[in-house]
Design a protein around this ligand. Sequence first.
Ligand SMILES: [Mn+2]
Length: 327
Amino acid sequence: LARQQSDNLDAAVVLIKASHKAVVLAHINPDGDTLGSALGLALGLRQLGKEAEVFCADTLPENLAFLPAYGEIRTQGPLPPDVDLVVLVDASDISRFGTLSQGSEGFCARAACLNVDHHTTNGRFAAVNLVDPTAAATGEQIFALLGALGVDIDPAIATCLLTAVVTDTRGFRTASTTPRTLAIAAQLHAKGAPLADIVQSVYYNRPFTTLRLWGLALERLRCRDGVAWTEITLAMQAQVGATPSEGDGVIDLMASLRQVTAVALFRETPEGIKVSLRSTDGFDVSAVAARFGGGGHPRAAGCFIPGGLAAAEDKVLQYLAERAAAP
Ligand SMILES: [Mn+2]
């Protein structure tokens, strides 16, 4: 596996060196890892004299507005027609790029296509796939890639990549955090990434409406047979005036529960139900998410179920109970 990964790194370097005009795509429902990785890579590519733009077909989180070049992110397609490299970061599946992935067979046929990702469920959909499930964040992989390209990690790139690592490890608290994660974070900090400012912006910068929404969600918290769950409805969001992404932190609060096997958050959208899953040791929620067409990591995964809230809860909770009871 290590051999294959270094071969892929060499292939990625060859692809990038041959390119002149790149686009880097971040996934929908963007987080610090996808945006930090995409921006860090784009800044590195520009340092090598290439044109590089970041696209993300979704609303961008305001608490990441401190990221260098955040204001240049394009939130709508189409991609420029003369692009010769497309890099897809932090997503296991091409549909995670939303409207940008429509006609994606087209852009992958026309341009060199590179996927950099750390999800175990990655479908290896690009010509070259840098997939490393042992990386705590895609930002770790981008750090290695920029190193292989000979890019000088300046304070702007360091800020992007440290934000990626801090957010995906929830402040170095996940089991995915390794000595390598911490070593990379230390190097990024030394290169000028302001760790305290990043933590402040990401974790201590919440709108009043966010905590009001969390309060409503926690009021509905239930637990049965080691599985805790709650929901956020459109009516709850309207009641406090919160946007859909303000419910994002609820799953982390739920994961702090003791003596549970798994936790599930069900969020109502006009199209159906977004399900977020987290688990404690040994229980693989990515398999549960995959059963419903989603994916993720063994301890953090998600899926989308068309239809109403009650039906989605019944299906997922029943399947979770079955998996949890299995030897
Ligand atoms: Mn990630």
